[in-house]
Design a protein around this ligand. Structure first.
Ligand code: ZN
Length: 150
């Protein structure tokens, strides 16, 4: 049984790179935000547990961080990317399970890591358009807002 995807193959220029967590509870909302709100229809996706948190400089994330930063740098160079979007989200299990976050410390850790991740991305790629967002759960609704860091 085959399946024919409605959108045609599109070989126009890449319009960015979006990095976010792999948490399936948020996958439709991440996609909706990236495509419908940001208008990135041909962006590369770097989807890993913890999202930008893996390149935020925390020692517990370091082994993942080096590999993922290499992948990010490769994609940005190979595809001539000039815009990077970093998204963190509420209820992130990577932070709780791997980085020792609590409900009380999660947001502050994520904001700190976003600021650090932005610096790391700018330093590694030279791209200065690096945007940061937080996906919050409000009732049953996922609300995206620009991250206010440092
Ligand atoms: Zn997560």
């Amino acid at each position: 049984m085959t399946y024919e995807s409605a959108p045609n193959y599109d070989d126009a220029a890449y319009d960015g790179l979006a990095m976010h967590c792999s948490d399936g509870r948020f996958s439709r909302q991440f996609n909706d935000f990236i495509v419908s709100h940001l208008g990135l229809v041909r962006c590369d996706r770097l989807i890993v547990p913890g999202g930008p948190g893996v390149i935020g400089g925390r020692p517990d994330a370091e082994p993942d961080g080096q590999r993922v930063l290499g992948e990010l740098t490769f994609l940005c160079e190979a595809h001539e990317i000039d815009r990077v979007v970093l998204i963190q989200h509420d209820l992130c299990m990577y932070y709780h399970a791997k980085l020792g976050a609590t409900d009380e410390t999660l947001r502050a850790m994520q904001l700190e890591d976003l600021a650090c991740a932005r610096e790391v991305v700018v330093g590694a790629t030279g791209i200065d358009r690096v945007e940061m967002y937080i996906a919050r759960v409000v009732g049953r609704v996922v609300v995206f807002e620009p991250a206010r860091v440092g």
